[in-house]
Design a protein around this ligand. Structure first.
Ligand code: H2B
Length: 95
C-alpha cells in the first residue's frame, strides 16, 4: 500500500464527514447513547477491521469513542485507512 501525500489526504477527507488529519492519523470522535450502544458498535467495527485486516487506534470512555487510523506498516496514511473510515461511517450510520 502506498503512502498518500498531504494533498491526497486532504482530497480524500472530503468524502468522509467529520474526519480530520492530525499528527499522522485521520481521526474522528463519536458519541453514542450509552456504554452498551458504544461497545456494541465497537464490536461491529472490530469484525469489519478483521475482515479488512486493518486495525484502529481507539479510545472509549463510557459513550465516547475516538478512532484514529493510520497504516503503521508504511508509517503514514494509505487508502486502507480511508476504506476503513468509510466502513466505520456505514456501521455508525446503520447503512
Ligand atoms: C501483519 C499484519 O497484516 C499487518 O501488521 C497489518 C494488520 N493491521 C494493520 N492495521 C493498521 N492500522 N495498520 C497496519 O499497517 C496494519 N497492518
Amino acid at each position: 500500500m502506498k503512502k498518500l501525500s498531504a494533498d491526497q489526504i486532504e482530497e480524500s477527507l472530503k468524502d468522509i464527514k467529520g474526519w480530520a488529519y492530525n499528527e499522522g492519523s485521520i481521526w474522528k470522535s463519536f458519541k453514542f447513547q450509552d456504554f452498551k450502544d458504544t461497545f456494541s458498535i465497537m464490536t461491529r467495527i472490530a469484525f469489519e477491521c478483521e475482515k479488512q485486516n486493518h486495525h484502529p487506534n481507539w479510545e472509549n470512555v463510557y459513550n465516547n469513542l475516538t478512532i484514529k487510523l493510520n497504516t503503521h506498516d508504511v508509517g503514514g496514511i494509505t487508502q486502507n485507512d480511508f476504506d476503513l473510515a468509510k466502513s466505520i461511517e456505514k456501521i455508525v450510520n446503520n447503512k
